[in-house]
Write a protein that binds this ligand. Structure first.
Ligand code: C5P
Length: 396
């Protein structure tokens, strides 16, 4: 719930502005006060009257509206909120924010504030992927601004890709997460992610194709529900999640130590693709090509982190979730794995190359628990993460 939380909602000019009307309704249902601010361009998409009717408050429209300034100056307006939400966050407004411009009401409020800011970007896919926008995104993140979305999908402009504004309920979850009032607030959750690298010598290693994108999405979804997340990751390609305690490791043994160091936790999600073996004969110096034949590598078994934590006699997390990446007989193998490892749930997926799941943006999972197997439809990794986080919140 967001009872009596005060949200300053900046609606910028994009087609997604219509979704902000529903967002206002959802926030009001949860007990929040919403003070809306419309940019001039936003007024081309939604009317001040519909916005103020839904919010039950007056709409702030332009910096030089002297009546507003007499009533509540922009400085005070920007600071009286518990959170500033920018939805939709356009490429233009993000650029202004990143560069500290203040030439209208919205950008001035954003520059004058010390209140936390959450942006729900919405723009054409090319605009989102443009190096300038990505640069602005990185700058804003480094400045402490949080983001929710954008989602991937069909866009109003007829193109497909990332750029769609998150749905109102996803934004509500992110707002609750930012305010630490989500259903998982006060809960500490461990997430492992990414591959591990097992050295052969100082320059070579054994790895796997895990990108870390599902684990990152899970960590972000848990943060959005208010959890305190410890994120232990191997050298993954995916950008690191925001708002977590980040622990970067390289090998399975280092991951095991990091996990032990993170305990106790209320729940643990082991989505890392940990190497089963390491090279026990790893060399301290680069192995040279010689005429005397090929080098031989000897292997040793890595610790099974999931099984170790699942089978802890004392201090075991209340909920332990493992992953099963399978290429055949997914449900049978994953069901057996759940029992063998001793975890509560297994999130099983088919990683046969033709599914495009490993390293891709979508996932089709089956959740295996003591109640049996439940197959979820194919959806984005972000959506899998959100639904899994919701399940975890209900269970803890
Ligand atoms: O045995 P397998 O590697 O298929 O099991 C996959 C699950 O076990 C994943 O949740 C993975 O994170 C976890 N695991 C682990 N430590 C290992 C191997 C796997 O935590 N050494």
């Amino acid at each position: 719930m967001l009872t009596d939380k005060r949200i300053l909602l900046i609606i910028a000019g994009g087609i997604a502005a219509f979704k902000s009307l529903d967002l206002i309704r959802r926030l009001r249902e949860r007990g929040a006060w919403v003070t809306p601010v419309l940019t001039r361009a936003a007024e081309e998409f939604v009317t001040p009257l519909s916005v103020s009717s839904l919010a039950g408050e007056k709409v702030y429209r332009d910096l030089f509206d002297l009546t507003d300034e007499a009533e509540m100056g922009h400085i005070q307006l920007s600071r009286s909120a518990d959170l500033i939400v920018v939805a939709p966050g356009t490429a233009d407004l993000m650029a202004k924010m990143a560069n500290g411009l203040a030439n209208d009401m919205a950008s001035t409020l954003l520059l004058a504030t010390d209140t936390p800011v959450l942006v729900a970007p919405a723009m054409n896919v090319r605009m989102w992927e443009h190096p300038a926008t990505q640069r602005n995104l990185a700058t804003l993140r480094a400045d402490g601004v949080s983001f929710v979305g954008p989602n991937e999908g069909d866009m109003a402009c007829g193109e497909f890709g990332p750029g769609r504004m998150s749905e109102p309920l996803e934004i509500v979850a992110a707002i609750e997460g930012a305010m630490k009032v989500g259903p998982l607030s006060g809960r500490r959750i461990l997430v492992t992610s990414g591959p591990t690298h097992e050295p052969i010598d100082p320059v070579r290693y054994i790895a796997n194709r895990s990108s870390g994108s599902q684990g990152t999405a899970i960590a972000e979804a848990l943060v959005a529900q208010g959890a305190d997340v410890v994120f232990v990751t191997g050298p993954a390609d995916a950008a690191r999640p925001h708002g977590v305690h980040l622990v970067e490791v390289e090998t399975a043994q280092e991951m095991m130590r990091a996990v032990q160091g993170a305990l106790p936790v209320d729940a643990a999600v082991f989505s890392a693709a940990v190497a089963d073996w390491r090279v026990s004969s790893a060399s301290d110096s680069k192995i040279k090509k010689t005429k005397d034949g090929l080098p031989t590598l000897e292997f040793a078994e890595n610790p099974d982190i999931l099984a170790t934590v699942s089978q802890m006699a004392e201090g075991r997390p209340d909920l332990v979730v493992g992953f099963a990446a399978e290429t055949d007989d997914v449900i049978e193998n994953a069901t057996a794995k759940r029992l063998r490892k001793g975890c509560d749930w297994i999130v099983a997926n088919d990683v046969s190359p033709e599914t495009g799941i490993m390293g891709g943006s979508e996932n089709a999972v089956t959740l295996i628990s003591d109640k049996g197997a439940e197959s979820w439809p194919r959806m984005s990794k972000g959506e899998v993460a959100r639904q899994l986080a919701e399940r975890i919140a209900k269970t803890l």
